[in-house]
Design a protein around this ligand. Structure first.
Ligand code: GLU
Length: 343
């Protein structure tokens, strides 16, 4: 019996990697077929790469509903066993959010590998083809199975839950400030250097609604005017100063909001946790926790917004949301995650 080649499904969503144009600027035009055709050596990998153009958008215009549909498509193709892994190509602007959403909604072992490019195909040194090839190798690798969603970029492998875009133009923009990369792609092989501690997922079947979750970043002199109307949201993430502080002027508004919708406290710094009980002044992290805000631990503001969105989409109440954030934020027991964990 001849062995089936490893099969990878590559779905393209648009982004710089798929953009072409002239002097006026580039726009997404390339299909998934175009992208794979531009990768030197793709045919020599022995990997059966199946391609599908999912959409052709700048990643700023991706919608959470579409990404949930993408997660459903991935579940369908990976659970029937016809593909061993999935590559997503998209714009880098929102990879840190989309990859985490896909991670949360992916209960299977097949790797989901998200990548893109910082230099478009018309530029010297376009990085798209190299990133696609490294992503294909990772998606096909038995070593990457069970790791959930990953971001592979510039030969580094990052966990979707940790990765951030850290530079607006650098090819090495993706970093995991709290954890570092999980590994690297070397000579086409996945070399893991670290394992993420646990995987926390939300069953796709539980996702029944599309909540609206806001993000408010506090700034010096913030008078709370921009929080007006936030009570109409389903949930709010506050990106506070440092370890989770806000101006004193905001505390009555946040207290009132936290009494009606989940309000999650993060740090606007983007690395390191919010604290729980170090400072005690009005507007401090401990004061805000007593006022009903939920600490996000190590999750940065963008990840926290995706987690809050996903928990609300699955109908979670305040206690489940708090338990979910404690588990995913790394400050509480993973065992208290509301759904079954992966071994
Ligand atoms: N710099 C972005 C990219 O690398 C811009 C476009 C987008 O995110 O779609 O793809």
């Amino acid at each position: 019996m001849t062995e089936q080649p490893t099969a990878v499904l590559m779905l393209s969503l648009g982004g710089t990697i798929a953009m072409t144009g002239g002097a006026g600027g580039v726009v997404p035009t390339l299909t998934a077929e175009d992208l794979i055709a531009a990768v030197p050596g793709a045919a020599d990998t022995g990997i059966d790469v199946q391609v599908q153009t999912f959409c052709q958008l700048p990643s700023a215009s991706l919608r959470l509903d579409d990404l949930t549909a993408l997660a459903a498509l991935i579940a369908e193709r990976t659970t029937t066993g016809d593909v061993d892994g999935v590559v997503i190509t998209q714009g880098t602007d929102t990879i840190e959010e989309t990859a985490y959403l896909l991670d949360l909604l992916h209960g299977g072992d097949a790797p989901i590998v998200v990548t893109g490019a910082m230099r478009n195909p018309t530029q010297a040194g376009a990085d798209g083809p190299a990133n696609v090839l490294a992503a294909i190798h990772t998606a096909a690798s038995p070593t990457a199975r069970g790791l959930g969603a990953l971001v592979v970029f510039a030969d580094e492998i990052h966990a979707a839950r940790y990765v951030r875009k850290t530079h607006s133009t650098s090819g090495g923009t993706f970093r995991s400030p709290n954890a570092g990369p999980l590994g690297r792609v070397v000579e086409g092989a996945v070399r893991l250097l670290a394992y993420p501690p646990h995987r926390l997922t939300v069953p796709l079947a539980a996702v029944t609604r599309t909540p609206r979750v806001g993000l408010h970043t506090v700034t010096v002199g913030d008078d709370g005017a921009l929080l007006a109307g936030a009570e109409n949201l389903d949930g709010l993430v506050v990106a506070g100063f440092g370890v989770g502080h806000v101006p004193q002027l905001l505390i009555n508004q946040l207290t009132a909001l936290a009494a009606t919708i989940p309000v999650v406290l993060t740090s606007r710094i983007g690395a390191g946790p919010v604290l729980e009980a170090t400072y005690a002044f009005p507007g401090s992290e401990s004061d805000l926790r007593q006022r009903g805000l939920i600490g996000a631990g190590f999750l940065d503001s963008y990840k926290a917004r995706i987690l809050l969105h996903t928990l609300l989409a699955a109908g979670a109440d305040h206690d489940i949301i708090a338990a979910g954030f404690a588990a995913a934020g790394g400050t509480g027991e993973p065992a208290h995650w509301p759904w079954a964990q992966h071994p």
